[in-house]
Structures are given as structure tokens and as C-alpha cells.
Design a protein around this ligand. Structure first.
Ligand SMILES: [Zn+2]
Length: 437
């Protein structure tokens, strides 16, 4: 019975896949392996080196499931995310256009040992960079995602964890205005300053008490982690996700009440939000600033202090380790991310972010250090944090204190300390806004 069903499914797959196959190969283009699978192949190598137990063999036979195909249209790049229920090997290729047959340039990604989940469908994009993305079971064990492009200057492929996602960023010359593009799954709002729509849950609590100051009107406050991801854990049982939510709620309230800013929180409850979703929210609502709030952790229980990050290559091993922790990934993956980071940062406001980080770091140190003893200023640093990748506005990550340090864990749990930290972050943002007026 099951066998028959499988055969039937296979026939359906073939009928879907054959035309796709024909399209890829009939055009006469050799499948050029341009920067072939640099991300996928390395992880393949490392898994080969491992000794495999029979139980693991069983596990490996089960295919990974492609659960989602999404896209985001940004002003100068289009991002595709293919999310799976587990890590999988993949390779990618670029095919030049075939003008005789009117076939556009394409990128395709073959994901090995994978199946497409029911309900995952082709998407029409039409944003001037990409016509659309097609997905199909190319071979019984291989899923192929084909991106039909309008134009492409460059592209980058990298992965995210939790859930494992293959991200493809395509940069190029946009031929049509993004706002007139055909119904994207998530579109970017026009850059016009106001009025901008607000998420329903924020609307009730966002009275415009005072006109927002200067160029900065909307800010996204991101409480790190949440849901099944607790973040760092203190020896006393404190979970980073709880502490940073409390601080983020306080910061958001102050930004609304005292600066009259329009605040969007990536989460205001204990829910899990993917890292890539967080900056996507900021881009989508047209935020002017993005502030991610975290608590630090280190193997050395004596490590303590406050530090603020903006996106860049890690300068020390310690920073790379922290990025691995915050990214929910391994050091190896962080170094892979570093390899493509410079290109990913084309839209990142590096100088403005450094400036914002500096203002916030100084203000938090001044506030907290004014009341508490032994507050260490660890300064402004640079690190490869996934949560900042893709942000098109000045964006920073604040490490409020160390949960791995006994004294700081106790402080982080203290509402008075949380308040002061929130006030410090507010002061820093106020300072930054005044300087860009
Ligand atoms: Zn964190």
C-alpha cells in the first residue's frame, strides 16, 4: 500500500521535475559551478569525518524536509530563504541567460537528501530583480530551487540556524520600482517618512504624545531569544530571554513616552522569533534604528561588564565565541559567515551604527555606573551577529551584563538595575538622535 503510494508520488514528482530539468539543461548552458557550494561542501566534509553509529545511519536516511520558501524585497537586493527542519548539504550554480530561447539568467540550489513538504509552492516575485522562485523534487532525494532573475550583479549564499535556512541574496540593477512590484510575500514599505502603518498589537499602546524628533521616527526594539531559545543561563537559573524581554519592554515604553518615537518590538512576549525575521521586521516597517538587547555569558565566571556591538568581522576569538553563542551556531559557522560578511554588509550603515553603539554604550555606563559599583566598561566592539545581518538602518546589539557572573546575574534580576539599563539605552538613543538632527 505504502509502496504504491510512493510510486504514485514519484510519478507526480517526475511530471513536475521533468519540465524543470529540461529548462535547466535544454538551454545548452553548462551548469557552471560558480563558487560552487562553498557553504554546503564544508559541512559535508566535517560530517564525513565523524564516526557514524547504526542509529545515526538510520537518522541520516530520513530526508530533511523543506518547510518554507520565502522572499524579502529590499531596496537593492532580494533575499530568498529556504528553511528546512534540519541541516542538509547543498550546492548552488549560476546559469547565464539564453537569449535565443528567451530564458532569463538563473540561479539554482540543489539540496541533497531532502523532500519538499506539502504546501511549499513556487513564488512570484516580480520586483525587478527576480521574477520568481520555483521549487521541485528534482530527484527522489534532491530538492531544486530555481531563481529566475531579471538582472544580477552579484549574489551570496549562506546559512542560518534554528531553523536551518539557506539564504540567497541577489544584488543587481532593479528594473522596476519596488513599490509597484507584484504582490511579494513580504514587501518593503515606501521610504516616505509618514504616515506609516503600525502593527495592530502596537497601535493601542503607541499614542503620539509628542512629535518625533528629527529624522528618527520609528525604532525596532529587539529582545533577544525567546520561546524554545532561552539564551544564556545564569548559575542561579536566570534565563537571558526573560531578562532581556523585561529590559526591552522598559526601553520601548520610555522611547514612546519620553521621545515620542514609534516603537515596534520584534517580540513583546515569550515567543521564539528567527534571527533573520528580526531585521526583516525592521526593514519591513521602515525602521530608522534597530536595537537588539541581550545579556552576556562567558566561560570565565569572573568576566563582567557592559559592551555594545555593531556588525563587522570579529577581531578576537572571544568575540567570535560570543557571536557563535548569540547566533545559536558553531565557531566554524561563524567563520563561514565572516567569509561572506563584507558582501552582506553592502547595505549596512556601518558608520552610523558605530556612532549609535558609541552613544548607547557611554550612556548605559554612565547611568548604571552612577549607581552601582564595579561596573566595567568593555566598550564598543564589532562582531558577526546574525541578528544584525540584513538590517538596512543603523543597528546595534547591547550586551547588558554577564549572566555567567554571580553579581551581575543578581543585578540583572533586579528591576531597579533593569530600569537604569533601560534609561541608559534611552539616553544613548536620545543623544544619537540629537546628533543626526
Ligand atoms: Zn543573547
Amino acid at each position: 500500500m505504502q509502496k504504491k503510494l510512493f510510486q504514485l508520488l514519484f510519478i507526480i514528482f517526475l511530471s513536475i521535475v521533468l519540465p524543470l530539468n529540461a529548462l535547466a539543461l535544454k538551454s545548452g548552458d553548462k551548469a557552471k559551478s560558480w563558487k560552487k557550494g562553498s557553504v554546503g561542501n564544508r559541512s559535508a566534509k566535517s560530517s564525513k569525518q565523524k564516526k557514524v553509529t547504526p542509529a545515526e545511519v538510520e537518522k541520516q536516511v530520513e530526508p530533511a524536509l523543506v518547510k518554507e520558501l520565502r522572499h524579502w524585497s529590499n531596496p537593492d537586493y532580494t533575499r530568498i530563504a529556504v528553511s528546512l527542519d534540519r541541516e542538509a548539504k547543498f550546492v548552488y550554480h549560476r546559469l547565464p541567460p539564453n537569449r535565443e530561447q528567451n530564458i532569463p539568467p538563473r540561479l539554482y540550489i540543489d539540496i541533497e537528501g531532502a523532500h519538499v513538504a506539502p504546501g511549499v509552492k513556487d513564488i512570484t516575485i516580480g520586483d525587478g530583480l527576480m521574477k520568481g522562485a520555483r521549487i521541485a523534487q528534482f530527484r527522489p532525494d534532491t530538492v531544486r530551487v530555481v531563481l529566475d532573475l531579471d538582472s544580477m550583479k552579484d549574489f551570496k549564499v549562506f546559512t542560518f540556524s534554528d531553523p536551518f535556512s539557506i539564504i540567497i541574496d541577489v544584488k543587481g540593477e532593479r528594473q522596476t520600482e519596488i513599490s509597484s512590484a507584484a504582490a511579494p510575500s513580504i514587501s518593503v514599505l515606501p521610504a516616505a517618512p509618514e504616515p506609516r502603518p503600525v502593527r495592530a498589537e502596537e497601535k493601542k499602546t503607541t499614542p503620539a504624545l509628542r512629535p518625533a524628533i528629527g529624522k528618527i521616527r520609528r525604532i525596532v526594539v529587539d529582545a533577544g531569544h525567546g520561546g524554545h531559545d532561552p539564551g544564556a543561563l545564569g548559575a542561579g537559573g536566570t534565563r537571558e530571554k526573560d531578562i532581556v524581554l523585561q529590559i526591552a519592554l522598559k526601553v520601548s515604553r520610555k522611547l514612546r513616552d519620553e521621545l515620542g518615537l514609534d516603537v515596534v518590538m520584534t517580540r513583546s512576549t515569550d515567543v521564539f522569533i528567527e534571527l533573520k525575521e528580526r531585521t526583516a521586521i525592521a526593514n519591513k516597517v521602515g525602521a530608522d534604528l534597530f536595537v537588539s538587547i541581550h545579556a552576556n555569558a562567558a566561560l570565565n565566571r569572573n568576566s563582567n561588564g557592559i559592551e555594545t556591538y555593531y556588525l563587522n568581522l570579529a577581531k578576537t576569538q572571544k568575540v567570535a565565541q560570543l557571536a557563535a553563542l548569540e547566533n545559536g551556531t558553531t565557531l566554524e559557522k561563524v567563520s563561514l559567515l565572516q567569509a561572506v560578511l563584507f558582501d552582506l554588509m553592502a547595505n549596512y550603515k556601518l558608520n552610523d551604527s558605530a556612532h549609535l553603539a558609541d552613544d548607547v554604550q557611554k550612556a548605559v555606563i554612565s547611568k548604571v555606573g552612577g549607581k552601582y559599583t564595579g561596573v566595567k566598561n568593555l566598550g564598543v566592539k564589532q562582531g558577526p551577529f546574525y541578528v544584525l545581518v540584513g538590517a538596512t538602518m543603523p543597528s546595534i546589539l547591547v550586551e547588558t551584563a554577564f549572566l555567567s557572573n554571580e553579581r551581575e546575574e543578581a543585578r540583572l534580576n533586579d528591576p531597579a538595575y533593569q530600569d537604569l539599563t533601560a534609561e541608559g539605552i534611552l539616553d544613548g538613543i536620545r543623544e544619537y538622535i540629537a546628533s543626526v538632527k
